[in-house]
Design a binder for this molecule. Sequence first.
Ligand code: PEP
Ligand code: MG
Length: 564
Amino acid sequence: MQLRGTGVGGGIAIGRVLRMADPLPEPVDRPSDRTPDVEAERAAHALVATATDLAERGRHTGGAAKDVLEAQALMAADPTLATEVANRVRGGATAERAVFDAFAGYRDTLAGMGGYLAERAADLDDISQRVRAQLAGVAAPGVPSPGHPFVLVARDLSPADTATLDLDQVRALITAEGGPTSHTAILAREKSVVAIVGVHDAATLSDGDLVIVDAGSDAVIAAPTTEQVADAERRIAERAAIAAAPPEPGRLADGTPVPLLANLGSAAGAEEAVRLGAEGVGLFRTEFLFLDADRAPTVDEQRAEYVRLLEAFPGRKVVVRVLDAGADKPLSFVNDDVEPNPALGLRGIRALRAAEPVLRDQLTALALADASTDADLEVMAPMVATVEEARYFTTLAKELGIRVAGVMVETPAAALIADRVLAATDFASIGTNDLAQYTMAADRLLGSVAALQDPWHPAVLRLIGEVGAAGAGSGRPVGVCGEAAADPLLAVVLVGLGVTSLSMSPSAIADVRSSLLGYTREDAGRFARIALAADGASEAKLAVREAASALRGESGTGSLNRGG
Ligand code: PEP
Ligand code: MG
């Protein structure tokens, strides 16, 4: 039996299912039959125990997981929340209900603030669950640890669950909810966990079931035959051999080079990116350096960060994006207005123009860093919608000493007149996350419209094709740096649409490299035409997958072909 969802990357794994306990239900809203003092004592004890547990787990992990857990421990120990819970208990509520209501109130406040703060809302839900599990004396909802490897099946994972997954134990992840750009999908990609999200029938899987999780084919095969298991084992071994081989530059089967670059948010990831075969950096998101800053960073502070990055890539291309402030990445020193629709407001280049001294400082710092290092620095502007914006940014960047200046194509407007936009700048880099959001009118932060946020949609692909054609016509490079570049089969389609380089999270590079090697330029062009002719995203993906299977002499839509 096959269950379908959205695969993250091209990994494959075999294992037995272990389900994650479903979240605790909302506690009944009834007066407590204990005294307020007893309830207050229970609630206070559960809050402290939860904070201690989270802090303890944070101490035993590293990297992103440590930060997530430490932040959660602080939230659980927050005195304002404790007072809020105590007040509700004194008003007659049970400890369970008081915790539920107090955390829900804070969650709604955070969610209303938008951007990164809204994403913290999920953390509060998770902590509320943990405190109530303490009160009920049951295991906290979360990833089970049976002491042997398993395939984790969950409705969805909290950020803390995903960040702290024990990769020696979890062979693969299957979630019923979530789309290709959900938190779970992004973290799974970052950690190279085989994952399929949005598997609506995941509830039909039971503990102990043997499954093949084939992310490249978007399929979970339940109760597989002996042949299917043998085929999957062969492919797992093949992928391990590819991962172990020294990385080579990206190219198609006919030798056409397709540079594979890294998306980075700090210089700390540079070494790992090079180890995984990144040929340079295609997107350095500078706003991640300054998310917590309450004043604009100085030229010197910025220069030090950029030097650290550029020094890691001597002789290689490094594309740095100037601050993309606003919407999902607000920066207090750039965006101080409350906007009803921040994604359609003063973000990206628009916000920087309104705060031009910040932009000037950043370009100056970048030019200084470039002058003292050996990387080939290129700088680009986010959220460009007009030729005039492209001209403004390119002129200012050059005036301040930047040698190569380009623009991101993330709005349908820029894509539709890409020929004129490219005439005003040096290169284009397509941000497919935002391009899909604006083309499909589907908020990228909203789970309820995640299915529409799909770069396989022919409308999005047609816009990418416009930019590719404009690049070919003008001889200017056109990269893709959104999540689409990390999808091994879509990567081939993008090349067929005229894209000349691909930038992605470093863990995706090996799969994309091996997929590109399977096809010629002619195949890529044909796949692009097939995808463009489809009615929708899933039809496009299926039709290209079938064409790829046929080409490789394999049969059927569920075939386990490489890159598909
Ligand atoms: C994009 O929009 O595709 C992109 C690469 O930029 P970000 O995800 O940082 O908005
Ligand atoms: Mg973007």
